[in-house]
Structure formats: structure tokens, C-alpha cells
Design a protein around this ligand. Sequence first.
Ligand code: ADP
Ligand code: MG
Ligand code: MG
Length: 201
Amino acid sequence: MSGLTTEQAKALFERFRELIDSHAAELTELDAAIGDADHGSGMQRGAQAAAEAIASADTPAAVFKAAAMSFISKVGGASGPLYGTAFLRAAGVQPQAAEWSAEDLRAALHAGYDGLKQRGGAEPGDKTMLDAWQPALDALDSGGDLQAAAQAAAQGRNATADLIARKGRASYLGERARGHIDPGAASSALLFQALAESAGG
Ligand code: ADP
Ligand code: MG
Ligand code: MG
């Protein structure tokens, strides 16, 4: 697994914007099925603002912090504060370093995941974005590279179709949520894809 330079951190959020843009309709469809059909547009606003806000950042932590503020201020609903918290916590692990080692990056992703759990009060298996993050982190913890993490996140996203939701809007649907992929898990899988494509192996 590689670390993360400032340029790679910027590339991550630029790539995330592209991936969110090209999957916005799909994210909205997923949210239309078990939520309120705003996940695509909300994530587009956040990812667009983040890609602009990171321009002058000069450390990986500054990149993540600028992205966090963009998601918190531009994305309403559940996912804005959740992504915002994750990025802010990730930034806090190595606030000064000019470059993150592989261990720094892994620790930052863990801190982001812990922030998500704390902020949303969900657990893996509750059919949320955690179900993409958790297998991705497991892959890294067992020695996998960022590509393996992205693949694990995509598998976790797919597996949310088998679950009923215990958090968020979809939790009101009970059994009717089964058979549908969770929109937040889908956007989180795109985040790990963007990371793998920006920071390599
Ligand atoms: P809203 O439901 O407010 O419109 P979004 O559509 O932006 O929010 O995001 C919905 C996604 O947020 C869900 O698909 C789920 O992945 C995630 N989510 C919702 N509540 C929680 C929570 N408590 N913890 C973790 N993730 C959550
Ligand atoms: Mg929604
Ligand atoms: Mg909403």
C-alpha cells in the first residue's frame, strides 16, 4: 500500500468529483428506491465544492480539511455531515506532515471510519456507508493495497442489497429496503475507487 502526497490527495478529490458526476443519476436512483432521491445531487454539490476548495491546500491534512468543510456546508441531509466528519477526522491524524506514509494513510482512514460510526451511531450491517468502509479497511489491515480496498468496498456496497436498514431513511421501510443497494455505500465505494486511482497500489 502506498502513502499519500499532497498532489495525490488533491487528485483523490478531483477524481471523486468526476466519479460522482458520472454516477450521479445512479446514486439518485438508488436513493429514490429507499430514500428521498437527493443523494446524487447532494454528493455532486459536495464533491464539486471540495474539488474547488482544495486548490490552495499545501498538505494532505489541509486537503482533507477543505473537503470536509465543503461537504459540511454544501450537502444537506445525512451524508454531508457524515462525510464531513470522516474527512475532518482523517485530517486530524497527521495535521502537519507534508506527505503521509502508508501507515499515516491507513490511520487516517481508520480515524475517518471511527468518526462516521460515532457521528451516525451505526454499526456495520446496518445498510449504510459503513458497509463499504469496513471491508475496505479490513482489506488494508490484512496487507491489501488500495486497489484491494476499492474492490472490497465495491463488494460491501453490493452486499448491502441483502440487508435491511437500521439507520437513516431506509430504516423506515423495513423489509422493503431489501433488494436495494444503499446509496451511501455506493458513493463510499466511489471514494475508495478514487483513492486507488489517485494513490496507486
Ligand atoms: P438523506 O437521507 O438525509 O437524504 P443522503 O441521501 O445524502 O441523506 O444520504 C443517505 C445515506 O446516508 C444512506 O444511504 C446511508 O448510507 C447514509 N446514512 C444515513 N444515516 C446514516 C447513519 N446514521 N450512519 C451512517 N450512514 C448513514
Ligand atoms: Mg437522500
Ligand atoms: Mg435528503
